[in-house]
Design a binder for this molecule. Structure first.
Ligand SMILES: NC(=O)c1ccc[n+]([C@@H]2O[C@H](COP(=O)([O-])OP(=O)(O)OC[C@H]3O[C@@H](n4cnc5c(N)ncnc54)[C@H](OP(=O)(O)O)[C@@H]3O)[C@@H](O)[C@H]2O)c1
Length: 354
């Protein structure tokens, strides 16, 4: 079968190949999914470039353990050589045994890949534990199914579980025009918190206002700090989420009110956040990291069930709905990556020619 793979990490995409690989062999409790579509997420690029791996290498719990870069619960992080792609949608074509797996035979499911090297959704087939496959109702189309887990869960967890932004409070966010940023705006409308969205280009502002962002700041024509001061009457914001880093991440920290909280969850600028330490000291602000896989791994089964249940409901009611602007064949991966990187919109791989 065809799959996009890497046999090494590199700063560009020269390490990515469309390969002919063996169709996965099923273990007990697994399902074989014929993939229809799969999301291209910014985090997939971090896997390709080995950036998550570098971050783990620098963490003390992995210090001097060169062959086993481990996440807190002891699971290894995906590394080359491996098949790429983290989430997608497809139809269960075979099962490796087990009651739960058998119930999924013939069903259309949203899947999330495991950390093992052969488990990737940018492939014609995926073998995955049945508990990583969620049957989809008819009202969820393939595009939404392909983006079912990562962004919707992150948007929900950041605002409702980690920060628990209260009604009426401001939440400041960077990359407001991203798929995830748009979900956060809609969650704000639904749960009554106010959103201030920072975007790079003024063209993105109107769309976000239409979506319901209480204020939009375009950094190509406005200064984020000055505008947040104006919008909040000089009070600053109690809550912020940042997926850009660099200078902008630091600016966001300066926009916090006393005891304000910032969660860093992405590095779209590829730069570390420049921390204004004294401002942070004076306001007793706090800054926290977030990585979906590790957050999920640290929760009880009950919490995971309740988060998934709520996310499923909010996809149904539209707050966590995702849309794809472009679809590509696996063989067109270079064009697909360039499109995904351009910020023009969300891109998917289609494996079924749909
Ligand atoms: N930590 C986690 O567990 C987790 C989970 C899910 C997602 N994330 C992160 O969430 C972020 C958004 O993901 P997504 O799938 O929603 O992205 P996406 O839809 O692909 O959108 C990317 C957006 O990023 C903006 N952007 C790109 N480079 C930028 C830069 N240098 N400075 C400012 N803005 C930039 C673009 O905005 P323009 O309109 O200005 O071009 C575009 O709207 C990513 O960083 C991703 O890694 C993290």
């Amino acid at each position: 079968m065809k799959a996009l793979t890497v046999d090494r990490h590199a700063d560009d995409f020269s390490c990515v190949k469309l390969s002919d690989v063996e169709r996965p062999v099923l273990r007990s409790g697994q399902v074989l999914v014929r993939m229809s579509a799969s999301a291209i997420n910014p985090s997939d690029f971090n896997v390709i470039h080995g950036r998550y791996l570098q971050a783990l290498q620098r963490a003390v719990w992995n210090y001097q353990k060169p062959t086993s870069y481990l996440l807190p619960r002891g699971q290894p992080l995906k590394r080359a050589p491996c098949t790429l792609g983290s989430e997608g949608v497809g139809v269960v074509e075979a099962v490796g045994g087990g009651l739960f797996a058998r119930r999924l035979l013939g069903r259309r499911v949203a899947v999330v890949a495991a950390d093992s090297p052969e488990s990737g959704t940018w492939a014609e087939y995926l073998a995955v534990d049945a508990n990583r496959a969620l049957p989809l109702p008819k009202d969820i189309d393939d595009a939404q199914g392909a983006m079912f887990f990562i962004n919707p869960m992150t948007a929900y967890i950041l605002t409702r579980e980690v920060l628990r932004v209260p009604r009426g409070e401001y939440l400041l966010q960077t990359a407001g025009g991203s798929a995830l940023g748009r979900m956060v705006v809609r969650l704000g409308r639904r749960f009554g918190f106010r959103t201030i969205s920072i975007v790079r280009r003024v063209e993105r502002a109107a769309e976000l206002r239409r979506l319901g962002s209480d204020a939009v700041i375009a950094t190509d024509s406005e200064d984020a700090f000055t505008r947040v001061a104006e919008i909040t009457g000089g009070a600053g914001v109690g809550y912020a989420i940042d997926s850009v880093g660099g200078q902008l991440g630091g600016e966001v920290l300066r926009c916090l009110s006393p005891r304000g909280r910032l969660v860093c969850y992405g590095t779209l600028s590829q730069q570390n956040t420049v921390l204004p330490v004294r401002e942070m000291m004076m306001s007793l602000a706090s800054i926290q990291g977030f990585y979906l896989g590790n957050w999920l791994a640290s929760q009880s089964k009950w919490k995971l069930f309740s988060v998934l249940h709520n996310v499923r409901k909010l996809i149904g009611t539209g707050e966590l709905r995702a849309s794809a602007e472009r679809q590509f064949n696996l063989s067109d991966y270079e064009t697909a990556f360039a499109y995904a990187r351009s910020g023009a919109g969300k891109a998917l791989f289609r494996m079924d020619g749909g």
